[in-house]
Design a protein around this ligand. Structure first.
Ligand code: PLP
Length: 451
């Protein structure tokens, strides 16, 4: 019997809840059968039926230099030959931490973990340990992984599934999470006026990309910094997705700091408009392997065990294959790569936006660096919050999505996820996207809201 997406999905659903190991992969919000990927190279993925797709998922971010880049594979192969895991420190961890700190000097110390979820979970524990306070403020629509306290009004798969609350999370835990509307400085000020002395940290995606790409209004990140500082709370910048993606130093670099590629930085850390106490990184930093990290102020980071009283650990943390993949990927993320990513994003936005306009489909593009997503909003009304993102006409997305997939373009299977380009995307890929865009725009135009 030949292997098909349908046959595999059938088997998968018997063996694995929903047939997937992470919910958004299940195509629940777009319908149909997920593509089971056989292999990937450069800008493309091949499903088990042998069809190739221009890939705009990019493993949800890590594949920034293109899939199976020879230099990344070499680094992983070289590391693998020396053994898969030792449960002891390695040189690779030191080198990767150095590379992170070179791009983000405010990450004075770095600790590697295996997932973004662990990174944010640890950052929260650290903030509580540092301040002796329990409350954490997060913004609606921001996703910080799936730990108990951070699932409230989260984006990503939580937004896609329309889950109001996650079962299995004790109310006693969510009672310590305060959810505020994104981009609302007044709400943040009022919250701190009321409970400022109890708040350990504000965690934010400095560039949200898990409710679609929703841009922070000018000065929002700096206001978070100002308010948290004046109340002795920490600011945690969750750059698991935006880090090393939207710019060489992530969203912090794009908005507040500088490019590490300029020989003499034009902005110093003390001049930066905002500097968080803690950062979390993931996705790109692992280059496709299970690796994430947190970093930040030395005095706060040194509260982590074994130096300090805040416990955190991991059998596979800083795994040698993962640090090798991460370091090789970051090495390839040079100035030219970011210029290329921006230009590919420009061209995709241009061609898709024109096609939608030609079909009379109102839309708004949220964007930071090469990261972007489309919201179908009447007359192109802007989206600055989770509330506005949820009011967009997501019901146009399934038809739009399937038209692209049928034309050989693999889009994220949810309207709330960003599109990811890579250094390997070139003219042929852009051509295929350009061919597909008018068809997809027509499908979006004729979609109807099913009651
Ligand atoms: C993906 C993501 C996470 C969670 O990372 P995992 O590796 O999936 O646990 C956390 N925060 C943000 C901003 C993310 O995009």
């Amino acid at each position: 019997m030949t292997l098909t997406n349908d046959s595999l999905f059938h088997d998968a659903q018997v063996l694995i809840p929903g047939g997937v190991n992470s919910p958004v992969r299940a195509f629940a919000s777009v319908g149909g059968t997920p593509l089971f990927i056989d292999h990937a190279r450069g800008p493309r993925v091949w499903d088990v039926e042998g069809r190739d797709y221009v890939d705009l998922v990019g493993s949800w971010g890590p594949a920034i230099v293109g899939h199976a880049h020879p230099e990344v594979l070499n680094a992983v192969e070289h590391a693998a030959r020396k053994g898969l895991s030792f449960g002891a420190p390695t040189e690779g961890e030191v080198r990767l931490a150095e590379m992170i700190r070179q791009r983000v000097p405010a990450a004075e110390r770095v600790r590697c973990v295996s997932t973004g979820t662990e990174a944010t979970m640890t950052a929260i524990r650290l903030a509580r340990g540092a301040t002796g306070r329990d409350l954490v403020v997060k913004f609606a629509g921001c996703y910080h992984g799936h730990s108990d306290g951070l699932l409230a009004a989260a984006g990503s798969g939580v937004a896609t599934g329309g889950l109001p609350e996650c079962a299995g999370v004790p109310a006693s835990i969510t009672a310590n999470t305060i959810v505020l509307p994104f981009n609302d400085v007044t709400a943040l000020e009022e919250c701190f006026t009321e409970r400022g002395s109890e708040i350990a940290a504000v965690i934010t995606e400095p560039q949200p990309a898990n409710m679609g790409v929703v841009e922070p209004v000018e000065g929002f990140n700096a206001e978070i910094r100002r308010i948290t500082r004046s109340y002795g709370a920490l600011m945690i910048a969750d750059e698991v997705l935006s880090g090393f993606r939207v710019a060489p130093s992530g969203m912090w670099g794009l908005e507040a700091y500088d490019s590490p590629f300029t020989p003499v930085p034009t902005v110093s850390i003390t001049e930066a408009s905002w500097v968080p106490d803690l950062f979390t990184f993931g996705k790109v930093v692992g280059g496709g392997m299970p690796l994430a990290a947190l970093g930040g102020r030395a005095d706060v980071m040194d509260l982590l065990a074994p130096v300090g009283p805040v416990y955190q650990a991991g059998t596979l943390s800083g795994n040698p294959l993962a640090t090798a993949a991460g370091a090789a990927t970051l090495t390839l993320c040079d100035e030219g790569l970011y210029r290329h990513l921006d230009s590919v994003a420009d061209q995709i936005i241009d061609v898709v936006s024109s096609a939608l306009t030609a079909e009379g489909v109102g839309h708004w593009v949220g964007r930071a660096g090469s990261l972007f997503s489309f919201f179908f909003t009447p007359e192109g009304a802007p989206v600055h919050s989770y509330e506005q993102a949820q009011l967009a006409q997501t019901w146009r997305y399934p038809a739009f999505f399937h038209a692209f997939v049928d034309a050989g373009v693999n889009l994220p299977p949810s309207n709330f996820e960003a599109w990811f380009v890579s250094g390997a995307h070139g003219d042929e890929e852009l051509e295929r996207i350009a061919q597909a865009a008018p068809v997809a725009a027509r499908a979006a135009a004729s979609a109807t809201l099913k009651q």
